[in-house]
Design a protein around this ligand. Structure first.
Ligand code: ZN
Length: 283
């Protein structure tokens, strides 16, 4: 009489653990991978905001991208799109001002085999609203942030332009690794390194990923918005500190050159048109 419920429970437990393991995240890869997610576009921008005339730019519109890095020792989500998944109703595209998106983020993450609960680390290139859309989803991860950026986001009065505090409010109580204008080797083997690159915002950072096959890729966040900024040295009109931006650009460009790497401008349509989307990956 007593053994029967226990047997049923044991069977249920076995089934449960089987179910869980069947849904568990994929086995860790042997070398790092970058998964790329489409988070929409930004249209109707005035090139003057970036100190350009229309005819000086090949493409004015932005794409909006986020990335998942899967490393043998864990996972890191870098940026989180521009529109919260909760705003998508009935599969319809969502438009908010200049931002629009047709696909929520989490189904794209699931296509790669991961849920937010599977993400070990979360980092933003910076706090602007077109990067923090789904930041709250990753508050269960360890948030890696520069002190100057966090102070801006959660100061007595959140400061700065393009800030949407609601979109990242849950990060306030997340387990947090605070950096002081320094680089951070996320998995300890030098293959995934957050690099301090302030200027666009006080604690802007880029992510350097050393891939076994492709080589070094720097996910540049908004170090630049347009490829033409790289060739002309111009900075946007709304930089937190344009001189800092120039110094950060010089440092990162030298790093890319020294390592024969690639630099992916997060908003650049042409760069990302040539790259695969989740569940495909770059490694
Ligand atoms: Zn941006």
């Amino acid at each position: 009489m007593i053994s029967k419920p226990w047997a049923a429970l044991a069977a249920a437990a076995a089934l449960w653990s089987f179910g869980v393991s069947a849904q568990n995240r994929p086995a860790p890869p042997a070398t790092p991978r970058i998964y790329i997610f489409d988070n929409g576009s930004i249209k109707g921008l005035d090139p003057a905001l970036f100190n350009f005339k229309r005819e000086e730019l090949k493409e004015v519109d932005f794409t909006d991208i986020s990335y998942l890095i899967v490393h043998p020792r864990g996972t890191l989500m870098f940026d989180s799109g521009e529109i919260a998944d909760s705003k998508f109703k009935d599969g319809q595209p969502v438009t908010e001002g200049v931002m629009s998106a047709s696909k929520p983020l989490l189904p794209q993450l699931a296509a790669a085999g991961y849920r937010p609960a599977d993400i070990n680390y979360f980092a933003l290139s910076h706090y602007h609203g077109d990067h923090t859309g789904n930041a709250n989803e990753f508050a269960g991860a360890t948030w890696i942030v520069q002190k100057a950026e966090r102070d801006f986001m959660f100061g007595p009065i959140p400061q700065g332009t393009i800030i949407t505090v609601d979109s990242f409010i849950k990060l306030k109580d997340a387990k947090t690794k605070v950096l002081n204008n320094e680089n951070y080797d996320v998995f300890g083997d030098g293959t995934v390194v957050l690099m301090s690159a302030p200027g666009h915002t006080p604690g802007h950072q880029v992510l350097a990923v050393k891939l076994a096959h492709r080589g070094l890729v720097v996910l540049a966040g908004d170090l630049y918005h347009y490829p033409e900024e790289r060739t002309t040295g111009r900075t946007p009109s709304f930089e937190f500190n344009a001189e800092q931006s120039k110094a950060s650009r010089a440092k990162i460009e030298q790093f890319v050159k020294d390592n024969h790497g690639e630099l992916w401008i997060e908003h650049d349509i042409a760069t990302h048109a040539a790259l695969p989307r989740s569940p495909k990956y770059v490694d």
